[in-house]
Design a protein around this ligand. Structure first.
Ligand code: ADP
Ligand code: G6P
Length: 471
């Protein structure tokens, strides 16, 4: 339920406020200059939309366009409260500190993290703005749930501004081993920032343990099991809550007549005996270079017959102004072009590469159409694509090749698990998954589906919020 705030302005106040860098939708501008909305990219938005549609809360976040102030609005069943960012802040806080420092550092430094003091200053200033927006959006004694690495200082800032609130934090990406975290010049501020939350959630238990160890060793705080004690004697908790998807909704979508028909059409258009599929944001953590190289070698050697097999790689545009992402796009496009040039025939490229965003029903049709889904990140907090594929396979067919280094590997044990750095091992797993008999594929898929059905996004949100409530 939203009400107006004490100042009597129209800013809605809600009992539950989610704060994330991104709103569920981002601002788009058409060729004729008219403004519109499209779903924001990434797993955070996928996971939170169904929760926020079901709960009567408010979502504080950035709408994706620089230098634009917007009033709160209602979209797709959710109250949105936009936070404005200037072009300079987009550069320093979002592209810089968030996506060229924290993102690579927290993903095992698979790309080199850059440390710049002016980026940090922008990060602090923008975190304060989000904290202020959340503070004015939350009802007395309400709950604020802060999301992800872009907003790690918000919990402690909010705690100071509004001691009446219950504050949760969830990190959607990995939390690094302490050896890496300690490189961060602002490590103390980040630890204190996160520990402002009553409950700090991570994707996997090892991440929570790393965080608690750092509180003990770097800040000298007492910790006991999952609990930590702040210098003022107050307590918080850190634990794992593996995130998931709206499993049933995905399954229903995949079984709708339109999606079934579209999947059949995709199969017909591809005219292949076996379809392999990859779906990722075009991000260097996703292991695309290694994956495409593995397919290239399999096509060249003839172990995969380019006349009978296709590999479809959807690479969603992402963070296109950040240097590492530009380099990655160039590398992948060069590699795909080379492989198609070497192994393709007229009208039959072995790799179909799509640098595009698709609506949800098209994604479900692609998942339905694929025989083998290949998800091989070098490091990933969870990876929802793997879970979405499983949700869409209600016939219990379809094989999943999954990196050991995705958070999802802890739950999806019956996938063909691979070390994405081991290209030969990955090639073997790709071949084994493609050649597996119906019986083996079904046995594995049944077990995967059971896991994803019982651990869906409602389970995640209810468990986190119940634990937060109990503190
Ligand atoms: P990340 O959060 O790192 O992007 P996830 O696998 O956890 O990775 O989540 C990605 C989400 O983005 C999934 O819900 C997936 O369906 C969606 N997605 C990925 N690529 C596309 C695309 N081209 N069009 C539409 N949605 C996409
Ligand atoms: C990952 C992050 C999210 C982020 C998403 C898309 O899922 O965990 O916080 O929103 O990627 O990235 P972008 O930079 O476009 O928001």
């Amino acid at each position: 339920m939203t009400t107006s705030n004490e100042a009597g302005t129209d800013t809605p106040r809600a009992a539950l406020v989610v704060v994330a860098n991104r709103l569920a939708v981002e601002r788009t501008t058409a060729a004729d200059g008219s403004a519109g909305w499209q779903t924001s990219p990434g797993g955070l938005v996928t996971a939170l939309v169904p929760i926020m549609q079901a709960k009567d809360g408010a979502w504080v976040g950035w709408h994706g366009a620089p230098d634009e102030e917007l009033e709160p609005f209602h979209h797709d069943g959710i109250d949105m409260i936009p936070v404005a960012l200037s072009a300079g802040e987009v550069e320093e806080y979002y592209e810089g500190m968030s996506n060229a420092t924290f993102w690579p550092l927290y993903h095992d430094s698979v790309a080199f993290p850059e440390f710049h003091r002016e980026w940090w200053d922008a990060y602090v200033a923008v975190n304060r703005r989000f904290a202020e927006a959340a503070a004015s959006a939350a009802d007395d004694n309400g709950t604020v749930w802060v999301q992800d690495y872009q907003l790690q200082l918000v919990p402690s800032m909010l705690r100071e501004m509004r001691p009446d609130l219950r504050i949760g934090f969830f990190l959607h990406i990995p939390f690094p081993p302490s050896e890496l975290f300690q490189q961060l010049p602002w490590r103390r501020a980040v630890l204190e920032g996160l520990a402002g939350a009553d409950l700090v959630g991570f994707q996997v238990p090892g991440a929570a343990t790393n965080f608690l160890n750092l509180l003990r060793r770097r800040l000298g705080w007492d910790t006991h099991r999952q609990e930590f004690v702040r210098p003022d004697g107050s307590r918080g908790r850190a634990a794992a809550y593996p995130i998931s998807i709206a499993t049933q909704a995905f399954e229903d979508l995949a079984n709708s007549p339109e999606v079934v028909e579209r999947a059949a059409q995709i199969r017909e258009d591809l005219a292949a005996e076996t379809v392999f599929l990859g779906v990722d944001r075009l991000d260097y953590t996703k292991g695309l270079r290694q994956r495409v190289r593995a397919f290239g070698e399999l096509f060249t050697s003839g172990e995969l017959d380019p006349e009978k097999v296709v590999f479809v790689q959807v690479a969603t545009p992402s963070r296109e102004r950040v240097e590492e992402y530009k380099r990655l796009r160039d590398d992948i496009e060069l590699l795909v072009g080379r492989i198609n040039g070497d192994s393709g025939q007229l009208g039959r490229p072995p790799i179909h590469y799509l640098h595009q965003s698709f609506p949800r029903d098209e994604m479900a049709a692609l998942y339905r159409a694929a025989d083998v889904m290949v998800v091989t990140p070098l490091r990933d907090g969870m990876n929802l694509v793997a879970k979405e594929y499983v949700a869409c396979r209600s016939d219990n067919d379809g094989a999943l090749v999954l990196s050991e280094f995705a958070g999802a590997a802890r739950e999806l044990k019956q996938a063909w698990q691979v070390n994405p750095y081991d290209i030969d091992g990955m090639k073997e797993a790709i071949l084994a998954a493609g050649r597996a008999g119906k019986q083996e594929t079904r046995r594995r898929m049944r077990a995967l589906r059971k896991q994803v059905a019982t651990h869906d996004i409602d389970h995640w949100a209810e468990t986190f919020l119940a634990d937060l409530d109990a503190i």
